[in-house]
Ligand binder design. Structure first.
Ligand code: TRP
Length: 324
Protein backbone atom coordinates (compact mmCIF):
# COMPACT_ATOMS: atom_id res chain seq x y z
CA UNK A 1 0.00 0.00 0.00
CA UNK A 2 1.70 3.16 -1.22
CA UNK A 3 2.01 6.20 1.01
CA UNK A 4 0.26 9.09 -0.78
CA UNK A 5 0.42 12.85 -0.29
CA UNK A 6 -1.13 15.60 -2.33
CA UNK A 7 -1.64 19.31 -1.85
CA UNK A 8 -4.51 21.64 -2.66
CA UNK A 9 -4.30 25.40 -2.94
CA UNK A 10 -6.91 27.19 -0.84
CA UNK A 11 -7.49 29.64 -3.66
CA UNK A 12 -10.88 30.51 -5.03
CA UNK A 13 -13.89 28.45 -5.82
CA UNK A 14 -13.18 24.89 -6.80
CA UNK A 15 -14.64 23.72 -10.11
CA UNK A 16 -15.82 20.48 -11.60
CA UNK A 17 -12.38 19.91 -13.16
CA UNK A 18 -10.89 19.71 -9.64
CA UNK A 19 -13.60 17.27 -8.64
CA UNK A 20 -13.58 14.98 -11.69
CA UNK A 21 -9.86 15.30 -12.38
CA UNK A 22 -8.59 14.65 -8.89
CA UNK A 23 -10.75 14.72 -5.81
CA UNK A 24 -13.20 12.02 -6.82
CA UNK A 25 -10.25 9.67 -7.23
CA UNK A 26 -8.66 10.74 -3.95
CA UNK A 27 -11.92 9.90 -2.21
CA UNK A 28 -12.42 6.61 -4.04
CA UNK A 29 -8.91 5.33 -3.33
CA UNK A 30 -8.38 6.76 0.13
CA UNK A 31 -6.56 4.76 2.80
CA UNK A 32 -5.27 5.55 6.28
CA UNK A 33 -1.83 6.11 4.71
CA UNK A 34 -3.06 8.96 2.52
CA UNK A 35 -2.36 12.58 3.42
CA UNK A 36 -4.01 15.63 1.87
CA UNK A 37 -2.64 19.03 2.68
CA UNK A 38 -4.37 22.40 2.21
CA UNK A 39 -1.35 24.52 1.37
CA UNK A 40 -1.94 27.88 3.02
CA UNK A 41 1.81 28.50 3.39
CA UNK A 42 2.04 28.32 -0.38
CA UNK A 43 -0.96 30.64 -0.74
CA UNK A 44 0.89 33.57 0.84
CA UNK A 45 3.60 33.50 -1.84
CA UNK A 46 1.27 35.77 -3.83
CA UNK A 47 -0.52 38.91 -2.62
CA UNK A 48 -3.56 37.86 -0.59
CA UNK A 49 -6.20 39.00 1.84
CA UNK A 50 -5.81 37.38 5.31
CA UNK A 51 -9.55 37.07 6.08
CA UNK A 52 -10.20 35.62 2.67
CA UNK A 53 -7.37 33.11 3.05
CA UNK A 54 -8.83 31.89 6.34
CA UNK A 55 -12.31 31.53 4.81
CA UNK A 56 -11.05 29.78 1.72
CA UNK A 57 -8.93 27.37 3.74
CA UNK A 58 -12.01 26.20 5.63
CA UNK A 59 -14.19 26.25 2.54
CA UNK A 60 -11.88 24.05 0.51
CA UNK A 61 -11.83 21.63 3.45
CA UNK A 62 -15.64 21.55 3.34
CA UNK A 63 -15.51 20.75 -0.38
CA UNK A 64 -12.97 17.97 0.10
CA UNK A 65 -15.03 16.37 2.84
CA UNK A 66 -18.13 16.87 0.68
CA UNK A 67 -16.39 15.07 -2.19
CA UNK A 68 -15.97 12.06 0.08
CA UNK A 69 -12.68 12.44 1.92
CA UNK A 70 -13.40 10.69 5.17
CA UNK A 71 -11.64 12.08 8.26
CA UNK A 72 -11.69 8.57 9.71
CA UNK A 73 -9.62 7.31 6.77
CA UNK A 74 -7.31 9.78 5.06
CA UNK A 75 -5.70 12.64 6.96
CA UNK A 76 -6.79 16.02 5.62
CA UNK A 77 -4.95 18.87 7.29
CA UNK A 78 -3.92 22.49 6.96
CA UNK A 79 -0.22 22.97 6.19
CA UNK A 80 0.39 25.89 8.58
CA UNK A 81 -0.96 23.82 11.47
CA UNK A 82 1.92 21.38 11.10
CA UNK A 83 5.01 23.50 11.75
CA UNK A 84 7.41 20.86 10.49
CA UNK A 85 6.63 21.97 6.90
CA UNK A 86 8.35 25.31 7.38
CA UNK A 87 11.16 23.71 9.34
CA UNK A 88 12.01 21.08 6.74
CA UNK A 89 11.69 23.65 3.96
CA UNK A 90 14.52 25.62 5.57
CA UNK A 91 16.79 22.60 5.70
CA UNK A 92 15.97 21.75 2.09
CA UNK A 93 16.70 25.35 1.09
CA UNK A 94 20.26 24.54 1.93
CA UNK A 95 20.19 21.48 -0.33
CA UNK A 96 18.34 22.91 -3.35
CA UNK A 97 20.19 25.24 -5.72
CA UNK A 98 19.26 28.59 -7.23
CA UNK A 99 19.89 27.12 -10.69
CA UNK A 100 17.31 24.38 -10.37
CA UNK A 101 14.70 26.73 -8.97
CA UNK A 102 15.28 29.16 -11.83
CA UNK A 103 14.30 26.39 -14.23
CA UNK A 104 10.80 25.92 -12.75
CA UNK A 105 8.21 26.89 -15.34
CA UNK A 106 5.50 27.65 -12.75
CA UNK A 107 7.80 30.27 -11.21
CA UNK A 108 8.52 31.77 -14.60
CA UNK A 109 4.80 32.00 -15.34
CA UNK A 110 3.76 33.36 -11.97
CA UNK A 111 6.55 35.92 -11.72
CA UNK A 112 6.26 37.16 -15.28
CA UNK A 113 5.35 40.81 -15.57
CA UNK A 114 5.40 41.41 -11.80
CA UNK A 115 7.33 44.27 -10.37
CA UNK A 116 7.86 42.68 -7.05
CA UNK A 117 8.28 38.93 -6.67
CA UNK A 118 8.61 37.46 -3.18
CA UNK A 119 11.45 35.13 -2.24
CA UNK A 120 8.64 32.82 -1.13
CA UNK A 121 7.34 32.50 -4.68
CA UNK A 122 10.81 31.54 -5.88
CA UNK A 123 11.13 29.08 -3.01
CA UNK A 124 7.65 27.59 -3.49
CA UNK A 125 8.90 24.28 -4.95
CA UNK A 126 11.20 23.67 -1.97
CA UNK A 127 8.26 24.03 0.40
CA UNK A 128 6.37 21.62 -1.82
CA UNK A 129 9.29 19.18 -1.57
CA UNK A 130 9.06 19.46 2.21
CA UNK A 131 5.32 18.67 2.07
CA UNK A 132 6.03 15.48 0.18
CA UNK A 133 9.19 14.32 1.94
CA UNK A 134 7.88 14.79 5.50
CA UNK A 135 5.41 11.96 4.89
CA UNK A 136 7.76 9.64 2.98
CA UNK A 137 5.17 9.82 0.19
CA UNK A 138 5.82 7.31 -2.57
CA UNK A 139 3.05 8.63 -4.80
CA UNK A 140 1.97 12.21 -5.39
CA UNK A 141 -1.27 12.47 -7.38
CA UNK A 142 -1.14 15.78 -9.25
CA UNK A 143 -1.92 17.47 -12.54
CA UNK A 144 0.68 17.24 -15.30
CA UNK A 145 1.78 20.83 -14.56
CA UNK A 146 3.21 19.65 -11.24
CA UNK A 147 5.49 16.95 -12.65
CA UNK A 148 8.48 19.27 -12.67
CA UNK A 149 8.04 20.03 -8.97
CA UNK A 150 7.83 16.36 -8.06
CA UNK A 151 10.97 15.63 -10.08
CA UNK A 152 12.75 18.45 -8.28
CA UNK A 153 11.61 16.87 -5.01
CA UNK A 154 13.27 13.59 -6.04
CA UNK A 155 16.49 15.41 -6.89
CA UNK A 156 16.52 17.25 -3.57
CA UNK A 157 15.81 14.05 -1.62
CA UNK A 158 18.52 12.19 -3.47
CA UNK A 159 21.05 14.93 -2.79
CA UNK A 160 20.06 15.05 0.88
CA UNK A 161 20.47 11.28 1.15
CA UNK A 162 23.84 11.21 -0.53
CA UNK A 163 25.08 14.07 1.61
CA UNK A 164 23.72 12.96 4.98
CA UNK A 165 22.82 9.28 4.59
CA UNK A 166 19.63 7.48 3.55
CA UNK A 167 16.78 9.45 5.18
CA UNK A 168 14.16 10.62 2.70
CA UNK A 169 11.93 8.58 0.38
CA UNK A 170 12.00 9.40 -3.34
CA UNK A 171 8.45 10.10 -4.56
CA UNK A 172 6.90 9.79 -7.98
CA UNK A 173 4.06 11.79 -9.52
CA UNK A 174 0.90 9.97 -10.58
CA UNK A 175 -1.61 11.47 -13.01
CA UNK A 176 -5.34 11.12 -13.49
CA UNK A 177 -6.58 9.15 -16.47
CA UNK A 178 -6.80 11.15 -19.69
CA UNK A 179 -10.61 11.08 -19.79
CA UNK A 180 -10.87 13.18 -16.67
CA UNK A 181 -8.96 16.15 -18.08
CA UNK A 182 -11.72 18.73 -18.44
CA UNK A 183 -11.08 21.81 -20.54
CA UNK A 184 -12.55 25.30 -20.21
CA UNK A 185 -16.02 25.50 -21.82
CA UNK A 186 -15.15 28.77 -23.59
CA UNK A 187 -11.40 28.37 -24.23
CA UNK A 188 -11.39 24.71 -25.14
CA UNK A 189 -7.64 24.46 -25.62
CA UNK A 190 -7.04 25.40 -21.95
CA UNK A 191 -7.52 23.28 -18.87
CA UNK A 192 -10.61 24.40 -16.93
CA UNK A 193 -9.54 27.01 -14.42
CA UNK A 194 -11.31 29.76 -12.59
CA UNK A 195 -8.55 32.17 -13.53
CA UNK A 196 -9.72 32.07 -17.15
CA UNK A 197 -13.03 33.63 -16.08
CA UNK A 198 -16.04 31.82 -14.73
CA UNK A 199 -18.05 31.53 -17.96
CA UNK A 200 -16.04 28.49 -18.98
CA UNK A 201 -15.66 26.88 -15.56
CA UNK A 202 -18.43 25.00 -13.79
CA UNK A 203 -17.89 25.87 -10.16
CA UNK A 204 -18.88 23.38 -7.51
CA UNK A 205 -20.46 26.38 -5.77
CA UNK A 206 -22.64 27.27 -8.80
CA UNK A 207 -26.38 26.69 -8.68
CA UNK A 208 -27.92 24.10 -10.99
CA UNK A 209 -29.36 26.89 -13.14
CA UNK A 210 -25.92 28.52 -13.49
CA UNK A 211 -24.41 25.16 -14.39
CA UNK A 212 -27.03 24.54 -17.05
CA UNK A 213 -26.54 28.00 -18.54
CA UNK A 214 -22.75 27.56 -18.78
CA UNK A 215 -23.09 24.21 -20.51
CA UNK A 216 -25.77 25.47 -22.91
CA UNK A 217 -23.41 28.33 -23.82
CA UNK A 218 -20.32 26.16 -24.14
CA UNK A 219 -18.36 26.64 -27.33
CA UNK A 220 -19.23 24.07 -29.97
CA UNK A 221 -17.74 23.36 -33.34
CA UNK A 222 -18.85 23.60 -36.93
CA UNK A 223 -20.87 20.70 -38.25
CA UNK A 224 -23.71 19.12 -36.33
CA UNK A 225 -22.51 15.67 -35.31
CA UNK A 226 -21.92 14.78 -31.68
CA UNK A 227 -18.57 13.10 -32.20
CA UNK A 228 -15.13 13.30 -30.59
CA UNK A 229 -12.49 14.47 -33.08
CA UNK A 230 -9.40 16.69 -33.13
CA UNK A 231 -11.23 19.31 -35.20
CA UNK A 232 -14.15 19.26 -32.73
CA UNK A 233 -12.52 20.27 -29.42
CA UNK A 234 -15.70 21.79 -27.97
CA UNK A 235 -17.88 18.73 -28.53
CA UNK A 236 -15.02 16.44 -27.54
CA UNK A 237 -14.70 18.27 -24.22
CA UNK A 238 -18.44 17.96 -23.55
CA UNK A 239 -18.24 14.25 -24.40
CA UNK A 240 -15.28 13.89 -22.00
CA UNK A 241 -17.28 15.67 -19.34
CA UNK A 242 -20.26 13.39 -19.98
CA UNK A 243 -18.00 10.32 -19.91
CA UNK A 244 -16.48 11.44 -16.62
CA UNK A 245 -19.85 11.95 -14.90
CA UNK A 246 -21.62 8.89 -16.32
CA UNK A 247 -18.73 6.43 -16.55
CA UNK A 248 -19.80 5.61 -20.14
CA UNK A 249 -17.22 5.28 -22.91
CA UNK A 250 -16.91 7.92 -25.62
CA UNK A 251 -17.95 5.31 -28.18
CA UNK A 252 -21.17 4.53 -26.29
CA UNK A 253 -21.91 8.22 -25.93
CA UNK A 254 -21.34 8.85 -29.66
CA UNK A 255 -23.76 6.02 -30.45
CA UNK A 256 -26.30 7.28 -27.95
CA UNK A 257 -26.15 10.86 -29.29
CA UNK A 258 -25.95 10.05 -32.97
CA UNK A 259 -28.42 12.31 -34.76
CA UNK A 260 -28.97 14.45 -31.65
CA UNK A 261 -28.77 18.19 -32.08
CA UNK A 262 -26.10 20.12 -30.17
CA UNK A 263 -28.72 21.87 -28.03
CA UNK A 264 -30.37 18.64 -26.92
CA UNK A 265 -26.99 17.01 -26.31
CA UNK A 266 -25.92 19.92 -24.10
CA UNK A 267 -29.17 19.77 -22.13
CA UNK A 268 -28.47 16.11 -21.34
CA UNK A 269 -24.89 16.88 -20.33
CA UNK A 270 -26.16 19.62 -17.99
CA UNK A 271 -28.68 17.24 -16.46
CA UNK A 272 -26.02 14.57 -15.89
CA UNK A 273 -23.48 17.02 -14.42
CA UNK A 274 -26.03 18.49 -12.01
CA UNK A 275 -27.10 15.00 -10.99
CA UNK A 276 -23.56 14.03 -10.05
CA UNK A 277 -22.65 17.29 -8.32
CA UNK A 278 -25.97 17.62 -6.44
CA UNK A 279 -25.05 15.38 -3.48
CA UNK A 280 -21.65 17.09 -3.21
CA UNK A 281 -23.29 20.52 -3.16
CA UNK A 282 -25.82 19.37 -0.57
CA UNK A 283 -23.14 17.89 1.65
CA UNK A 284 -21.03 21.05 1.35
CA UNK A 285 -23.97 23.19 2.47
CA UNK A 286 -24.46 20.92 5.49
CA UNK A 287 -20.79 21.10 6.47
CA UNK A 288 -20.63 24.86 5.95
CA UNK A 289 -23.51 25.27 8.38
CA UNK A 290 -21.55 23.54 11.17
CA UNK A 291 -17.96 24.74 10.86
CA UNK A 292 -17.14 23.67 14.42
CA UNK A 293 -17.16 20.05 13.30
CA UNK A 294 -14.99 20.89 10.28
CA UNK A 295 -12.39 22.63 12.47
CA UNK A 296 -12.40 19.61 14.74
CA UNK A 297 -11.79 17.19 11.86
CA UNK A 298 -8.96 19.40 10.58
CA UNK A 299 -7.37 19.47 14.04
CA UNK A 300 -7.46 15.67 14.15
CA UNK A 301 -5.98 15.52 10.66
CA UNK A 302 -3.18 17.84 11.75
CA UNK A 303 -2.48 15.64 14.80
CA UNK A 304 -2.09 12.59 12.58
CA UNK A 305 0.08 14.47 10.10
CA UNK A 306 2.26 15.92 12.86
CA UNK A 307 2.97 12.51 14.25
CA UNK A 308 4.55 11.38 10.98
CA UNK A 309 6.14 14.75 10.20
CA UNK A 310 7.76 14.99 13.64
CA UNK A 311 9.31 11.55 13.19
CA UNK A 312 10.87 12.61 9.90
CA UNK A 313 12.15 15.86 11.43
CA UNK A 314 13.79 14.01 14.30
CA UNK A 315 15.78 11.99 11.77
CA UNK A 316 16.56 15.05 9.62
CA UNK A 317 17.71 17.13 12.60
CA UNK A 318 19.98 14.35 13.74
CA UNK A 319 21.42 13.86 10.24
CA UNK A 320 22.28 17.51 9.63
CA UNK A 321 23.90 17.93 13.04
CA UNK A 322 21.39 19.88 15.14
CA UNK A 323 21.35 19.32 18.90
CA UNK A 324 18.55 17.02 19.97
N1 TRP B 1 1.87 23.17 -6.19
C1 TRP B 1 0.64 22.41 -6.14
C2 TRP B 1 -0.35 23.05 -7.12
O1 TRP B 1 -0.17 24.16 -7.53
C3 TRP B 1 0.05 22.37 -4.76
C4 TRP B 1 0.93 21.63 -3.80
C5 TRP B 1 1.59 22.15 -2.74
C6 TRP B 1 1.18 20.23 -3.82
N2 TRP B 1 2.24 21.16 -2.07
C7 TRP B 1 2.04 19.98 -2.69
C8 TRP B 1 0.82 19.18 -4.67
C9 TRP B 1 2.49 18.69 -2.44
C10 TRP B 1 1.28 17.91 -4.37
C11 TRP B 1 2.12 17.67 -3.27
O2 TRP B 1 -1.33 22.41 -7.45
Amino acid sequence: MARVLSGVQPTGDPHIGNYLGAWIRWAREQQPEHFFCIVDLHAITMPHDPEQLRDRTVDVACWLYACGLDPALSALFVQSQVREHAELAWVLNCVATMGELHRMTQFKEKSQGRESVSVGLFDYPVLQAADILLYHAEEVPVGADQQQHVELTRDIAQRFNSRYGETLTLPKATFPTAGARIMDLQLVDKKMSKSLGTAGAILLGDTEAQTRKKIMRAVTDSGSEVRAAPDKPGITNLLDLMAAVTGASTQDLEDHFSGTRYGDFKAEVAEAVNGVVRPVRDRHAELASDLGAVHESLAKGADRAREVAAGTMTAVRERVGFLT
